[in-house]
Ligand binder design. Structure first.
Ligand code: FES
Length: 110
């Protein structure tokens, strides 16, 4: 089954090295532009549900503003604690200026 994708942002609004946060249904999603490639991961820190959108994007890493956990925006992996759980990773598609995200994976709907 082909997953459904939804337009959540415009590429022109997310410059290189910048991030953008959206809500899609109940999902808080952080979109990052890394050298022209867009990645989407969960927008809340898995340590205490703080928004990562006010954190810092450094290369491919987002740093939580509260206790400093660092996550890969490509894989969602924890690079530094205290967080222990990875961020959700969302499929991304770019069509023209539209950035689309799906809430579905091969494993099913998120
Ligand atoms: S809330 Fe993010 S590291 Fe604690």
């Amino acid at each position: 089954m082909t997953p459904d994708f939804f337009v959540v942002a415009h590429a022109r609004d997310i410059g290189h090295g910048r991030m953008w946060c959206v809500r899609l249904n109940t999902h808080h999603i952080l979109i990052a532009n890394i050298k022209g490639t867009y990645y989407a991961v969960g927008g809340l820190c898995t340590h205490e549900d703080v928004s990562l959108c006010t954190g810092a994007l450094q290369g491919e890493t987002v740093k939580c503003p509260l206790h400093g956990s660092r996550f890969s925006v490509r894989t969602g992996a924890v690079l530094d604690g205290p967080a222990e759980d990875a961020l959700m990773v969302y499929p991304v598609r770019v069509e023209g200026d539209d950035i689309l995200i799906s809430l579905q994976t091969e494993a099913g709907c998120l």
